[in-house]
Design a protein around this ligand. Structure first.
Ligand SMILES: O=P(O)(O)OC[C@H]1O[C@H](OP(=O)(O)OP(=O)(O)O)[C@H](O)[C@@H]1O
Ligand SMILES: O=C(O)c1cc(=O)[nH]c(=O)[nH]1
Length: 231
C-alpha cells in the first residue's frame, strides 16, 4: 500500500484473522441488481457490514485486541488522551477501544443536534486533548474528515483515525486524509478479504469477476452502474 508523500505512513495493522472474521460472520455482501449505493454516492457490487461484528463477542474481542496492538495503546500507556466514535457505527468500537486503553470516550454526531446544546461532540472534551477518531470502516474517507473537523473545532488535536476495515481501492484516499493531517490505522482491506474469499470460494465465478472489476476501477464501475462518476 502506498505511503502518502511527506506524511507518516498509514499504520496497516494487517490482521488476516479480521478479514476471515468478516467473511465468517456474513459481513461481506455482494449484489448486482441493484448494486449497493454508498454514503458518498458510489455504486458498488459489494458492501461490508462491519456493524454485524457487535453481535459476536469472541470476534469483536479479537478485533479490539488487534486494534489496541496496532495503535500501541494499553491501560496507562496510550499515544492519545481520549477515543471518539463517529455516529453511528463507530460508537461501539470507540467504547470498546476506550475500555481496552482505559481512556475517556466521546462520540461525534454527523450533524449538530439542532436544539439543546446544539453540539456535535458528546462527552467531556478538554481543550488540547489528543483524540483518536474511531469508525467501523472507510471507503474514500470523506466521513472521517467531517468527524475530525468537528472534533478540531471543539478544541481537540486529531491526527490519527482507526477503522476496522479500509476499502483500499479509491485513488488518493489515504493521501487526502494525510493532507488533512489524519493518518489512518486499519486492520484489513478489500485485498485481504478478496484473498480469503477466493480461498474459501465465497463468490461464484461471475460475481468474483464483477467484484474484481469494481475493486480494480471503482470509479469506472460506479459510473457504469448509475453511481457517482468522479472523485
Ligand atoms: O465516508 P467514509 O469515511 O469513507 O466512510 C463511510 C461511512 O459510511 C458508513 O456510515 P453511514 O453513513 O452508513 O452511517 P452509520 O454509521 O450511521 O450507519 C460508515 O460507518 C462510515 O462512516
Ligand atoms: O460507504 C458506505 O456507505 C458503506 C460502505 C460499506 O461497504 N459499508 C458500509 O457500512 N457503508
Amino acid at each position: 500500500m502506498a505511503t502518502p508523500a511527506g506524511m507518516g505512513a498509514p499504520a496497516y495493522g494487517a490482521d488476516p484473522e479480521t478479514a476471515r472474521i468478516l467473511l465468517r460472520i456474513g459481513a461481506i455482501g455482494a449484489r448486482l441488481d441493484p448494486p449497493f449505493t454508498f454514503t458518498s454516492g458510489w455504486a458498488s457490487p459489494v458492501y461490508v457490514d462491519v456493524r454485524r461484528l457487535i453481535s459476536y463477542p469472541a470476534e469483536r474481542r479479537h478485533v479490539i485486541a488487534a486494534a489496541a496492538r496496532a495503535l500501541g495503546c494499553a491501560p496507562g500507556r496510550a499515544p492519545f488522551d481520549a477515543v471518539a466514535g463517529g455516529e453511528t457505527a463507530g460508537i461501539p468500537y470507540a467504547a470498546w477501544l476506550a475500555e481496552a486503553c482505559a481512556l475517556p470516550m466521546l462520540y461525534v454526531r454527523k450533524q449538530a443536534k439542532g436544539f439543546g446544546r446544539n453540539a456535535r461532540i458528546e462527552g467531556n472534551l478538554h481543550e488540547g486533548e489528543r483524540v483518536l477518531l474511531v469508525e467501523d470502516l472507510a471507503t474514500d474517507g470523506a466521513s472521517k474528515l467531517s468527524f475530525a473537523n468537528a472534533l478540531r473545532e471543539a478544541g481537540a488535536i486529531v491526527d490519527r483515525a482507526f477503522v476496522v476495515f479500509f476499502y483500499g481501492i479509491f485513488p488518493g484516499a489515504l493521501a487526502t486524509l494525510a493532507e488533512a493531517g489524519l493518518n489512518l490505522t486499519f486492520l484489513a482491506t478489500w485485498w485481504d478479504v478478496l484473498r480469503e474469499a477466493e480461498a474459501a470460494q465465497a463468490f461464484p465465478a461471475p460475481m468474483l469477476a464483477e467484484v474484481r472489476a469494481f475493486l480494480e476501477n471503482p470509479i469506472a464501475w460506479s459510473a457504469a452502474h448509475g453511481g457517482r462518476a468522479a472523485l
